[in-house]
Design a protein around this ligand. Structure first.
Ligand SMILES: [Zn+2]
Length: 280
């Protein structure tokens, strides 16, 4: 790959093929458009390259910023780290200000511009989880998305038979690590969303903090295929390798991939969840 800060769609296609991806591939994509430098054609070129090369492309499509609400006053579950509304009037105000999920809601900006462009240009199927929607295109799209339940948001990643693709992002964006944590009883939080006008819902198994996930990188090095496209590190890691590496680390140390120096971080609650699961 030529060291340049202008990336073209053929370069993206070529790069993805260099990673060994093809029509049989199923990928969960986490991405940062700006990581590439300047992409000729922008996010649309990235989406187009992904769907040209890969068989099935899965992306996050969450709407937390629009649909999320605080926990109701007084609703505190064990080892669930979240904030409560001050009182019922405050809760009712926040509920009225939130939006209930609809298929045409824009995707949270903190997930990057590529997922929203994917939604607008690739006509993906999209799940209806009120906080943690997923979208997918390709032959396995329906199978992956049907694996999501309101109480099991990471079902599509569990169902994928393929790889994690990190486009210029670190493992802090790698939700498959959360899936492995959840299999071990960790990072299973309750969160709250508006479900319809005047109605709210409590949603279990929402993952927590990921800011220490990059410490998994050395463990995954041998399983990772990596190239540079423009300025971006582009990495393909088999999903099963991510699950196995996370399991190995967390089974050896219940606090692995969590911070332990900040008691106010929700990593502390995730650790307590793991310890409670071990005690059962
Ligand atoms: Zn933390």
């Amino acid at each position: 790959m030529r060291a340049t800060n202008v990336v073209t769609e053929p370069e993206l296609v070529d790069g993805l093929r260099q990673l060994g991806l093809g029509r049989a591939s199923e990928v969960i994509v986490h991405s940062s458009l700006s990581s590439f430098g300047y992409v000729d054609g922008g996010a649309e070129a990235v989406c187009s390259a992904l769907t040209e090369v890969c068989g099935t492309v899965l992306m996050p499509a969450g709407t937390w910023d629009l649909t999320g609400i605080p926990a109701p006053p007084g609703l505190v579950r064990p080892d669930n780290d979240y904030w409560n509304a001050e009182d019922w009037p405050d809760f009712d105000t926040r509920l009225s200000q939130a939006t209930s999920f609809r298929a045409e809601l824009p995707i949270d900006r903190w997930l990057g511009t590529i997922p929203e462009t994917f939604r607008l240009t690739c006509s993906p199927f999209r799940t209806e989880h009120p906080l943690f929607s997923y979208q997918a295109v390709g032959p396995a799209a329906e199978r992956l998305l049907e694996a999501q339940r309101p109480d099991w948001p990471l079902g599509p990643i569990e169902a994928i038979d393929g790889d994690v693709l990190l486009l210029g992002v670190t493992h802090t964006s790698n939700t498959t690590i959360h899936l492995a944590e959840q299999h071990l009883g960790r990072s299973r939080f309750y969160r709250y969303a508006k479900s319809a006008d005047g109605l709210w819902v409590e949603l279990p198994n929402i993952p927590g903090a990921s800011h220490r996930f990059d410490t998994i990188e050395p463990v995954l090095r041998s399983a990772t295929k990596e190239i540079q496209i423009g300025n971006a590190r582009v990495r393909r890691i088999p999903k099963q390798a991510v699950l196995a590496a996370t399991r190995q680390l967390v089974e050896a140390d219940p606090a692995a991939l969590l911070c332990t120096d900040d008691p106010t971080c929700r990593c502390a609650a995730a650790l307590q969840q793991r310890l409670a699961a071990l005690a059962e």
